[in-house]
Design a protein around this ligand. Structure first.
Ligand SMILES: [Zn+2]
Length: 367
């Protein structure tokens, strides 16, 4: 936001906090409270943490994730996953996730994780999924008692570098009436194209199930094209590299390539995570982030946190950063929020109800 922006258009932190927000891309193992990581490590005798001071540990996660490459960013997950190997740990982390998001003004969130990462100490995949659902329900109840209404939908992830996607997709379908709303594949993009998991996507489509794919974060257009046209992804996790198919001429005219036009015109939601992209080097700064141009071109842009612990962010801090960098006001924040709600994997009537009874009235009250 430029210094000349009139004071009446400046949004206070309190206004942004109170604005209803919808989050589609948040990793359960990327959003722990530092104090919880320490407690859980102690409970199971996990000795590999770099420090046991909560504040210093929070800083360590942000710094380690700031290294500029996706691969080393993913290394920080060794610690969070390392302490999430028991039922009690999973319940606690999921409950706190729901509570923290609710306190941040998030009214609907889809939180994702890969069940196969939490079986090191003998939990079955089913036990992992059930424990997380118990935790989300607990957190939703505790948030409601505190006056914050939130609903969490779960996305189960397969890991690109492993070969268990079909098995996880089967579980996503099996648990779809118990709060699991969709599927995703995560992990390193380079060298692991989404088409490696075609059997999982075919299974999901056959079963009328929903899925998004991490594509177009570290890797370019080929990955986005495969995710949409070969795999049938309904949304793109990140998708920022779609910018590589958009050219701005010397005359300032913007030209969209065919893939960019397809993504925009078929309203494929982009799950954009600004701070995370800056940390992994997918964008140089928030101010230079492609979200500015993509928003101007009316792509279906949504704003997301990705990993709140590693990026030291929240939905409110992401909105505040965008307000600061691009001058987005309440109408823009509502647009991102409704884009996200429209793109959620829950039933259409439930999305509509949240838009009409929670989101629109919430923004109207702030205006
Ligand atoms: Zn992600």
């Amino acid at each position: 936001m430029s210094p000349e922006t009139p004071a009446e258009q400046r949004l206070s932190a309190e206004t942004i906090l109170r604005a209803p927000k919808v989050l589609l891309h948040d990793h359960l193992d990327g959003g722990l409270r530092p104090g919880t990581v320490i407690d859980l490590a102690e409970a199971i005798g996990y000795k590999a943490l770099p420090t046991t001071d909560p504040e210093a540990l929070g800083r360590w996660f942000r710094d380690a994730a700031d290294s500029g490459s996706l691969e080393s960013y993913l290394e920080t997950f060794a610690h969070t996953c390392g302490v999430m190997q028991t039922e009690e740990a999973l319940v606690r982390v999921a409950a706190e996730c729901a509570e923290d998001l609710a306190k941040d003004g998030v009214v609907y969130a889809e939180v994702r994780y890969a069940p196969e990462l939490f079986v090191e100490r003998g939990l079955s995949l089913e036990k992992v999924i059930e424990a997380v659902q118990v935790g989300f329900a607990q957190g939703e109840r505790r948030a409601a008692v505190g006056g914050h209404r939130i609903r969490i939908g779960t996305l189960l992830c397969g890991m690109r570098q492993h070969a268990r996607s079909l098995e996880i997709a089967t579980l996503a379908v099996r648990y779809r009436d118990e709060g699991v709303v969709g599927f995703d594949i995560a992990g390193p993009e380079d060298g692991f194209p989404p088409t490696r998991n075609l059997d999982a996507f075919e299974y999901l489509r056959t079963n009328n199930a929903h899925f998004t794919i991490h594509a177009g974060e570290a890797f370019g257009l080929a990955s986005i094209w495969e995710a949409i046209q070969h795999c049938g992804a309904e949304r793109l996790g990140h998708g920022v590299r779609i910018i590589d198919d958009i050219e701005t001429g010397a005359d300032g005219k913007v030209h969209l390539g065919r893939l960019a036009r397809y993504v925009r015109d078929t309203r494929i939601p982009l799950e954009i995570c600004p701070s995370s992209n800056v940390q992994t080097g997918a964008a140089t700064s928030i101010a230079e982030h492609p979200i500015g141009l993509l928003t101007r071109l009316k792509f279906r842009v949504t704003v997301n946190t990705d990993n709140r612990l590693m990026s030291g962010c929240s939905m409110s801090s992401e909105f505040a950063a965008l307000h600061e960098a691009f001058g987005y006001g309440l109408a823009d924040l509502q647009w991102f929020t409704i884009n996200a709600m429209k793109s959620a994997f829950i039933d259409f009537d439930q999305r509509l109800e949240l838009i009409n009874t929670v989101i629109k009235p919430g923004y109207a009250a702030l205006a």
